[in-house]
Design a protein around this ligand. Structure first.
Ligand code: 13P
Length: 253
C-alpha cells in the first residue's frame, strides 16, 4: 500500500512570524502522526524558522523550487545544499506557476529532478493541462509530454522517492476542482505511463497527488480514488483548521 502524502504549498504567502504560527499550530495536533506523510512548503524566507519548529516532529519540510545548479553565480537561485542544511526533504518542481510565469521548460525541470534525486531530495514533479488544452481534448498528450520530458533519465528505483502531482491548471486557485472521476482518469493514465517508462514496480510504488482547489469538502471523495495518493494543497494549506481537516481526511481514506 502506498502511504498517502499531503503537502501544503504556501506559495508566496506568510511572513516568518505567520509561518511559525501556522507551523506551531499544526505541530500541536500532528507532531506524532505517522499514518500519512505530511509536508509543509513555506517560502524560502521562512524555511529556517519552520524547520526549527518541526524538527523532532513527524512533519516534513519541502521547498517550492530548487536550482538545477550546485552553486555559484546564479542570482536569486537556491541550491540543494542550502536546502539540505535546513533539513528540507521534498522539493516541488515544475509547478504550473513556474512553467507559466518563469518559463520553466520540461528540459530544465528534468535537470532539477535529476539533481534533487542525486542529492537525496524527493522531487514533487507537477504536471497538468490548461483549460484550453482540456477543452481541445489534449489533456493526456500534454501530461504525457511533461512526464516524458521531466522524467528523462530517472532510475526506475527512484519512483519510491519521487512524487508526481497532477494539478490541472484550470483548477488551481479557481475553486473549480476536477471531479473525482476526472482526476482518477488522469491519475490512472499517469500510473500507466510510469509503468511504460519504468516498469510495474515503479508504477505501483509512485505516489500521485492531486492538486487544484482541494479542500475539506471535496477531499474524501478525491482521496478515495484508487490512484489518488494524496494532495498538493494551496489555499486550504494556509490555515491550520482546513489543512488539518485534509490531514484527517487522508488519514481516514
Ligand atoms: P489551490 O489549492 O489554491 O488551488 O492550489 C493548488 C496548487 O497549486 C498547489 O500547488
Amino acid at each position: 500500500m502506498r502511504k498517502k502524502i499531503i503537502a501544503g504549498n504556501w506559495k508566496m504567502n506568510k511572513t516568518v512570524e505567520e509561518a511559525v504560527e501556522l507551523a506551531e499550530e499544526l505541530k500541536r495536533c500532528y507532531a506524532e502522526q505517522t499514518a500519512i506523510d505530511m509536508v509543509l512548503c513555506p517560502p524560502f524566507t521562512a524555511l529556517k524558522s519552520v524547520s526549527d519548529v518541526v524538527s523532532e516532529s513527524q512533519i516534513r519540510l519541502g521547498s517550492q523550487n530548487m536550482s538545477s545548479e550546485d552553486g555559484g553565480a546564479y542570482t536569486g537561485e537556491i541550491a540543494h545544499g542550502m536546502l539540505k542544511e535546513l533539513f528540507v526533504r521534498y522539493v516541488i518542481l515544475g509547478h504550473s506557476e513556474r512553467r507559466e510565469y518563469f518559463a520553466e521548460s520540461d528540459a530544465l525541470i528534468n535537470q532539477k529532478v535529476l539533481k534533487a534525486l542525486e542529492k537525496q531530495l524527493r522531487p514533487i514533479l507537477c504536471v497538468g493541462e490548461t483549460l484550453e488544452q482540456r477543452e481541445a481534448g489534449t489533456t493526456e498528450q500534454v501530461v504525457e509530454q511533461q512526464l516524458r520530458g521531466g522524467l528523462q533519465g530517472v532510475d526506475p528505483m527512484a519512483f519510491t522517492e519521487l512524487v508526481i502531482a497532477y494539478e490541472p491548471v484550470w483548477a488551481i486557485g479557481t475553486g473549480m476542482t476536477a471531479s473525482a472521476e476526472q482526476a482518477q482518469e488522469v491519475h490512472a493514465f499517469i500510473r500507466g505511463l510510469v509503468r511504460e517508462l519504468a516498469g510495474t514496480e515503479a508504477a505501483n510504488a509512485v505516489r500521485i497527488q492531486y492538486g487544484g482547489s482541494m479542500k475539506p469538502a471535496n477531499a474524501a471523495e478525491l482521496l478515495a480514488q484508487p490512484d489518488i495518493d494524496g494532495g498538493l494543497i494551496g489555499g486550504a494549506a494556509l490555515d491550520a483548521s482546513s489543512f488539518g481537516a485534509l490531514i484527517d481526511a487522508a488519514t481516514e481514506a
